[in-house]
Ligand binder design. Structure first.
Ligand code: PRP
Ligand code: ADE
Length: 182
């Protein structure tokens, strides 16, 4: 990775804001929306995501965006790369036959679902989200994709909360996660 790439990451990092005690006491909440309210930051981040995918995951056929903040990035990169965009949503929001998986959050638990027919066996997928905390969400998404027969190439997130060690807890992605800012 060249200086130019690192400089762009440093610039993006400077735009990220965090809020203590949101949504619960003790949580330091990293807010992607504060950064992308600025147009130049949108362009910068989009460019970094696409550049990272082209370099690290050149053969993926679809990006899988995780509700809800992951959707911002999955459609944008899918459109630029000309590949599929598949949503993974919280319980009860997707029509048709779905596969579900319950998982733990940094705060609380949740259920993710994917439409059974949205991913064909062997499809090479990249999971994309705004943030990796405990890794539970990405892990759940990976399990869903694998139950559909998809091949999960890795995970791309904008922010990694390294102190929570989500990467090491995630057996599927330990060596295959890529992050933009950490
Ligand atoms: O690594 P984890 O501990 O699983 O946490 C990370 C997840 O938590 C946040 O989503 P949230 O469930 O708050 O939903 P939102 O994007 O709709 O705000 C974030 O956008 C990730 O998806
Ligand atoms: N600390 C955090 N900031 C923003 N989103 C999160 N999702 C889980 N933990 C989070």
């Amino acid at each position: 990775m060249g200086d130019d790439y690192q400089n762009k990451i440093a610039k993006l990092k400077g735009q990220m804001k965090s809020y203590p005690d949101f949504p619960k006491p003790g949580i330091l909440f990293w807010d992607i929306f504060s950064a992308i309210s600025d147009g130049q930051t949108c362009t910068l981040l989009q460019g970094l995501l696409v550049e990272t995918i082209r370099r690290e995951f050149p053969d993926i056929q679809a990006v899988v965006g995780l509700e809800s903040r992951g959707f911002l990035f999955s459609f944008a990169v899918a459109a630029e790369l000309g590949i599929g965009c598949v949503p993974v949503r919280k319980r009860g929001k997707l029509p048709g036959e779905v596969i579900a998986y319950e998982y733990k959050l940094e705060y609380g638990t949740d259920v993710l679902e994917i439409q059974k027919d949205s991913v064909k066996p062997g499809l090479k997928c990249l999971i994309i989200d705004d943030l990796l905390a405990t890794g539970g969400t990405v892990n759940a998404a990976a399990n869903l994709l694998q139950s559909c027969g998809a091949e999960v190439s890795g995970t791309l997130v904008v922010i990694e909360l390294e102190a929570l060690n989500g990467r090491s807890k995630n057996m599927v992605y330990r060596n295959r996660a890529r992050v933009i800012v950490r």
